[in-house]
Ligand binder design. Sequence first.
Ligand code: HGY
Ligand code: MN
Ligand code: MN
Length: 413
Amino acid sequence: MSNPSVDAARLLGRIRALGTIGRDEEGRLVRLAASDAEKLGRDQLVSWLRDTGLEVAVDRIGNVFGIWMPEGVGDKQPLMLGSHIDTVINAGIYDGCYGVLSGLEVIEILKAEGFAPSRPVAVAAFTNEEGVRYAPDMMGSLVYAGGLDPDAALATVGTDGTVLGDELQRIGYAGAEEPGFLKPYAYIELHIEQGPVLEREGIPVGAVQNLQGISWQKVTIDGDANHAGTTPISMRRDAGLAAARVITFLRDRATASNTPTVATVGCISFEPNAINVIPSRASLTVDLRDPDEDRLKQEEAALAVFLDKLAAEEQVGISVERLARFEPVTFDHRIVELVEKAAHDRSLACKRMTSGAGHDAQMIARIAPTAMIFVPSSGGISHNPREHTADEDLVAGANILLDVVRQLAWKEG
Ligand code: HGY
Ligand code: MN
Ligand code: MN
């Protein structure tokens, strides 16, 4: 069987085209889950899925599937590819979209080449992978994998006060299928690395063997509003100061730890948020990650102890709400080895690695053998409009996905 390759122009063209959809008035890419902007992206994807002759299905949490179901294989579990097309705020154009569009491209090229699959092949775009509007992240794939009740997920209230289920109805993507309706034979996700490792080592392909644990918490600090000019420092119950101490505590601890632990305060807000008023309330989010579950638990425990101490010292009230918690995941070594072999057969260097970012693969690994393929991120930058991957790396990654899919799901036509 000849070694087909993807249609580079078609794949790159679709990535760029999807990247133009969901821009705000400042030109930023903001395709938040179940928003009007994301609806436009979903509609474009569905149009491409239909143009490729795939059956389109949408489940109750809005996960979108394009399914290739040739004659005679309908009784087999499908091989599933995919990722997500929702984005963060002011995003790059590759995160998630690259994996969905490469999955579509792989199916399209194999159909065109006349291959007869031994099983159906589906490409998925999972709802709310980013978790920016509705927590937790990877929500659509988590529900799909049975890790979160669909009705509970649909009832989630977003940072903007909207309810996910209402928004999915409103944009026309509250589907009928029960999440989990297709039980994958295996799942492979192609994604940009979003970190600096592959580029720094000059390696074009990452065979992702595991993914680190994630802990998301919202911390609310309550002090007293008071006059910025008249209130002596000794009399202040300053929620803003306390919030700043949380941020420096997390950074100092991560820096001193000599471990892969990372900590991020990505959101912070003050009330009443006035230049001459000592903040009465500070709300902040804490994102802790570590490949080792015990260490991640230790970091969570250390933060809890620090918050108690801080509350006493600053005479503030502190409450914590858990937003997401996912343990580290190890992927299927057989698929990881297929990725390595596919890279070798195309004379591409390949490195086994850990994913620092969360991905839908982390959830689907609960119900099927799963692995990921990474390609380099220029400067290790992601969740940023400067996110970039060289065209040749994008095409090489899609060809690795193509080869792994052929290994897993095809007999020659
Ligand atoms: O948070 C993450 O790692 C992913 O981008 N949702
Ligand atoms: Mn992603
Ligand atoms: Mn992301």
